[in-house]
Design a protein around this ligand. Structure first.
Ligand code: ATP
Ligand code: MG
Length: 711
């Protein structure tokens, strides 16, 4: 046990060993919050204050939950199975599965991920003859989710005007449809669980008595409903231990309320607030940059962070003349780092928007650097996987209209859009699922849809009692999916992914304790839905880690590249348009990004970038200016001199670059007008020139792209 506490500093020790009271750990990035939370669980158990059964721990991602469980098993020789460790969604799902009847759900209820929800909203709009330009589907999803996150059902939603009334009516229709199909969206998992506990006293008491200690990581990103859920569960005397950092609150756009921290202080923590100020993650310069950045935010609870790790290296800044140039630079650096012995898994490439990964991926791929993208198009979100899962879902629950529509005509079975519209209208009238309504279709539609229903029925019979992986394999083959992709031109990848799905099912079965209520199939589908919102950790291969800044929360890496630091991209234009609050949230995001780095941090940007099919001319991010100059090492000083920064570019930058251009020459550019070449660098495809365009400013231009004509 003394081992357990050996490496803690005094406030950490105090936090870990708090008596049975509510407590709040308010501390900056890398100060050991997650470590303290995990150690506290271990300490509580190894001192016999609570058994695994009495622990409820909330993490931010499923990955974090797994890591925490693994860490705990190494810290204490206790079976971790009885512990409830997971995300809010995961934990609510677990509770609803165990009490599906009381929750008014079918045993095999399925989870709609974000894409499924959008599809359902679109379908409903059509059924209800509503104009999707007037009622954009994405906005409706947001409207519904925002209400649910506030704990507000359609019946209680207020409407001040006609337009809002229509949206509330739609919300009500959506609720009906979900109930009819026996599906729940992400926000519903929480709300349904909350309502169940609130309504059902014996059940509530049971869990209130069971969970003695409730521990919550990343508390700053909880929303109102999650907070209320915690309050319900803690109502029987459980002690709540929350850790968070207001400077890392980055989910306001999804309803997170940093105000929960203040409320928690008032409602629970009282005097038991512990601040951790020593950062164990980052070297001094990195921390100094993070501190300098976040100081510009006004809305802060205020914290200091220091480190005794020494200054370390300066922060490396690079400005590429294009996104491609930026990517080349990054990949070159990575190769160098790996040659020097840095593990690729310790290198992270961060970006503000997922769309930015494409150029980086391309360059990594070309240079044969293994990489892993977290987020973006994840395994369980890929078309072929969703198709296969839809068949599986229909076996479990034929009323799942989303799954039905996804595969009723995939692979094609000659079922036309008209037939489906008829079917949907019939189902709507009968107030039944599409599956049930199919029997009342007549004519050709009746035949083709009927054949599909028979296919599903026979699949169900054939797979009855089969182990999960064989079941998945059977479905992929007999549904016609495999055959379809065999004949498709680019189907090979998809076939491989389908094989991977069979593997995933097999691994899933091997994982101990994975099978919950409702059997293997339902548990597996649940995993797929919950993980569709998250990244898949790569097995085996050592790969560079690519992810959005949002997905990087809570993680740490020896080397971090923050890419695309340009006005409009990071800070993102949408947020900037929301005024000061928007900009402050972006700055917190930047703070999260910077504080992921242990030893070396790169900040990079490009002067031009292809985005959504257009070349944008970019201005460096204002966040770059907020990093004190003395912490930075500029790797290319293009703006001041023509000295090439890198061996790869350097060597013979000749006076005559290409096409007879040289320093001092007057040239004309279609967009910027007339200018004078002031410096040049690079050769061949890398050749570029710096031109003073007078009023239009000084620009670096890649000769390959920019058309310059001598005047
Ligand atoms: P974030 O805000 O990013 O989630 P955090 O506050 O949760 O960060 P941790 O991830 O728990 O911080 O810790 C950061 C790093 O510092 C980890 O590698 C952790 O093991 C290490 N660390 C924490 N406390 C100590 C300590 N007392 N001695 C040595 N290392 C420590
Ligand atoms: Mg943490």
């Amino acid at each position: 046990m003394s081992d357990l506490l050996a490496n803690l500093n005094p406030p950490q020790l105090q936090a870990v060993t708090l008596p049975p009271v509510h407590g709040l750990i308010l501390a900056g990035a890398g100060s050991g919050k997650t470590r303290v939370l995990t150690t506290r669980i271990a300490w509580l158990m190894s001192t016999g204050q609570v058994g695994p059964h009495g622990i409820l721990a909330v993490t931010f991602t499923n990955k974090a939950a797994k890591e925490m469980t693994a860490r705990l098993s190494s810290l204490v020789p206790i079976n971790t199975r009885g512990m409830w460790i997971g995300t809010f969604h995961g934990l609510c799902n677990r509770l609803l599965r165990a009490h599906y009847r009381e929750a008014g759900l079918p045993q095999t209820f399925q989870i709609l991920d974000t894409a499924d929800q959008l599809a359902m909203v679109k379908r409903l709009l059509k059924n209800l003859n509503l104009d999707d330009e007037k009622y954009p589907p994405r906005e409706l999803c947001h409207f519904i989710n925002a209400h649910k996150e506030q704990g507000v059902r359609a019946a209680q939603a207020e409407a001040y005007d006609h337009y809002t009334q229509k949206r509330v009516d739609f919300y009500a229709e959506y609720e009906n449809q979900c109930n009819r199909e026996g599906v729940v969206d992400f926000a519903e998992l929480l709300l349904r669980c909350y309502e169940l506990l609130q309504r059902n006293e014996p059940l509530r008491q049971h869990y209130q008595e069971r969970f003695r200690y409730i521990l919550v990581d990343e508390f700053q990103d909880t929303n109102k409903l999650q907070y209320a859920w915690l309050q319900l569960l803690a109502g029987g005397g459980a002690k709540v231990f929350a850790v968070g950092d207001d400077d890392q609150s980055i989910y306001a756009f999804r309803g997170a309320e940093v105000g929960n921290m203040r409320d928690f202080e008032r409602d629970y923590a009282g005097n038991n607030i512990i601040r951790l100020e020593q950062n164990y993650r980052s070297h001094g310069n990195i921390l100094a940059a993070a501190n300098a950045l976040i100081k510009n935010n006004r809305e802060r609870l205020g914290k200091n962070l220091w480190t005794d790790a020494g200054e370390g290296e300066p922060i490396r800044a690079f400005e590429g003349y294009s996104d491609l140039d930026e990517a080349r630079f990054i990949v070159e650096e990575i190769r160098e780092l790996v040659r020097e012995g840095v593990s690729p898994t310790q290198i992270a490439l961060l970006y503000r928007s997922n769309a930015q990964s494409r150029v980086l991926e391309n360059e990594l791929f070309t240079k044969n650097v293994p990489y892993k993208v977290y987020g973006g198009l994840r395994f369980f979100e890929r078309q072929e996987i969703k198709h296969a899962l839809a068949y599986l879902r229909l076996l479990g629950n034929p009323d799942d209209d989303t799954a039905f529509l996804r595969v009723v005509n995939f692979p094609t079975r000659g079922i036309g859009a008209r037939s489906l519209e008829n079917l949907q209208a019939t189902a709507h009238q009968m107030n039944s699922s599409l599956y049930n309504a199919a029997a009342s279709l007549t004519g050709k539609a009746g035949q083709t849809v009927g054949a599909f229903i028979r296919l599903i029925e026979s699949l169900r019979q054939e797979t009855e009692g089969l182990p999960l992986p064989e079941m998945v394999e059977h479905i992929i083959e007999k549904s016609g999916l495999a055959q379809h992709y065999r004949t498709e031109k680019e189907g090979q990848d998809r076939l491989e992914n389908l094989d991977e799905l069979i593997n995933a099912a097999a691994t899933f079965i091997d994982d101990e304790g994975a099978i919950g209520e409702g059997g293997a199939l339902v548990s597996f589908l649940t995993l797929a839905s919950l993980e569709a919102g998250e990244h898949q950790a790569g097995e085996g291969q050592e790969a560079v880690q690519l992810m959005s800044v949002h997905a990087a929360k809570g993680l740490e890496f020896d080397v971090v590249f923050i890419t695309g630091l340009e006005q409009g991209l990071f800070p993102h234009e949408n947020s900037v348009n929301q005024g000061r609050d928007g900009l402050e949230e972006e700055r917190r995001l930047m703070y999260v990004a910077v504080t992921r780095a242990r030893q070396r941090l790169y900040v990079t940007c490009a002067q031009t970038r292809m985005l959504h099919g257009q070349t944008r001319y970019c201005v460096p991010s204002s966040f770059l200016e907020e990093i004190p100059e003395n912490l930075l090492k500029k790797l290319n000083k293009k703006a001041e001199s023509a000295v090439p920064a890198f061996g790869s570019f350097g060597g013979g930058y000749a006076e005559t670059v290409q096409g007879g251009l040289r320093i001092g020459m007057t040239v004309e550019h279609a967009k910027f007008g007339v200018g004078v070449i002031v410096s040049t660098e690079g050769r061949g495809g890398d050749a570029r020139v710096q031109v003073n365009f007078g009023g239009s400013g000084m620009k670096w231009l890649a000769l390959e792209y920019a058309k310059l004509t001598p005047v």
